[in-house]
Design a protein around this ligand. Structure first.
Ligand SMILES: NC(=O)C1=CN([C@@H]2O[C@H](COP(=O)(O)OP(=O)(O)OC[C@H]3O[C@@H](n4cnc5c(N)ncnc54)[C@H](OP(=O)(O)O)[C@@H]3O)[C@@H](O)[C@H]2O)C=CC1
Ligand SMILES: CC(=O)N[C@@H](CCC(=O)OP(=O)(O)O)C(=O)O
Length: 324
């Protein structure tokens, strides 16, 4: 057994000493958010890399030999490079949690949405490699999967997902363009029907037909709404809003971070920033019995349950630590 192996903390049950974590890409938007959250956790120790070595593969590898888990907060190509390093480490390899898009539909990775199904948290806990979900899919999948599983929405239904995000969702370059005034107040994007979140949105919602996904970004820093309109009389069995809300409430009963809100029949308003700085996700069903129409809406912080908050939730599962 190598020296590095002997330094690995147990990953099941309560750790006897603090677990060790390295955040690769720790100075980016998602990495900084994770660092802020980890400062509040006494059972996890962060190992940091010298600033002038932060893109040096040899320095990364040496650090990864010392830690139980590495969290990748990198662009996709850089994430793939670090995963190749991990794969070359044999038994000394740490567990990997990747915040990029690179491995979200890879069959040998666990998808890091613990609330997806009743057994997903156990899969994440047991996995060596976990992909942290995209922010928009977190909202879309959370709304769709329970109603597809319940048979209320056919898996080949023509689903449309609309969403708005704060500009921090685009990382350092988008933040700079909004904060220097060069970006518009609001814009639609992803208009080529190719947004990088579509594969995971379709796969983990259990949809056989590719959804239409139209994201947008507004001139505010963080917070997101993901909404899905439904013509209820086109669904087999003609469910009403209460049926949809009940299926979601059943799936997420007892969840610490996902809340299914009471059925909304009086209309109203929703703004995207209410859950900022939390790891929470709220799910709403707005419905009209008169017109047989419904709107499903997820509200979350794109930097919280949509990125860093979810990463810390997954990290704790992977390290065998209790929920925060
Ligand atoms: N922002 C968000 O809401 C979300 C982001 N994500 C994902 O998380 C990942 C990071 O995104 P985000 O934090 O927004 O991006 P940022 O652009 O804010 O940060 C990326 C960081 O990675 C660093 N970096 C780039 N290449 C390397 C390398 N080879 N080795 C070490 N560090 C490197 C960059 O440094 P430098 O600037 O010096 O190149 C930068 O600090 C992406 O894959 C993104 O898709 C996921 C969910 C939500
Ligand atoms: C507003 C904005 O630009 N948002 C980003 C998604 C943020 C996110 O979840 O990123 P990853 O899937 O890369 O992890 C985008 O649409 O590309």
């Amino acid at each position: 057994m190598s020296l590095a192996e002997t330094t690995k903390a147990p990953t099941t049950g309560a750790a006897k000493k603090p677990a060790t974590v390295f955040v690769d890409g720790g100075s980016g938007t998602t990495g900084l958010g994770i660092n802020e959250r980890l400062k509040l956790q006494s059972d996890v120790v962060m190992k940091t890399i010298a600033d002038d070595k932060r893109k040096d593969p040899a320095a990364k590898k040496a650090l990864m030999e010392e830690v139980d888990l590495v969290i990748l907060c990198l662009p996709d190509d850089a994430a793939k490079e670090t995963v190749a390093l991990v794969d070359s480490m044999g038994a000394a390899a740490p567990k990997v949690l990747d915040a990029s898009t690179a491995y979200r539909v890879a069959p040998d990775w666990a998808y890091g949405f613990p609330e997806l199904t009743p057994d997903q948290a156990a899969k994440i806990k047991a996995a060596k490699k976990v992909s942290n979900p995209g922010c928009y899919p977190t909202g879309g999948i959370a709304l769709l999967r329970p109603i597809v599983d319940a048979g209320l929405l056919p898996s080949d239904y023509p689903v449309t997902v609309n969403a708005v995000s704060g500009y921090s969702g685009g990382g350092k370059s988008m933040i700079a363009s909004f904060e220097d005034g060069s970006a518009p107040s609001f814009e639609l994007y992803g208009l080529g029907f190719e947004h990088k979140h579509l594969p995971e949105l379709q796969l983990y919602s259990n949809l056989t037909r590719r959804p239409i996904f139209i994201p947008s970004v507004g001139n505010y820093r963080q917070g997101m709404l993901v909404s899905i309109p439904l013509q209820l009389d086109t669904l087999p069995g003609k469910p009403d809003g209460a049926d949809l809300q009940a299926a979601m409430a059943k799936r997420y009963a007892g969840s610490k971070y996902v809340s299914v809100m009471p059925l909304q029949k009086e209309g109203g308003k929703l703004e995207p920033e209410a859950l900022n700085e939390t790891n929470r996700l709220e799910l709403y069903v707005f419905a009209s019995d008169k017109y047989h129409q419904a709107l499903l809406v997820a509200r979350l912080d794109n930097l919280g349950k949509g990125a860093s908050g979810a990463a810390v939730q997954n990290m704790r599962l992977m390290l065998g630590l209790p929920e925060e």
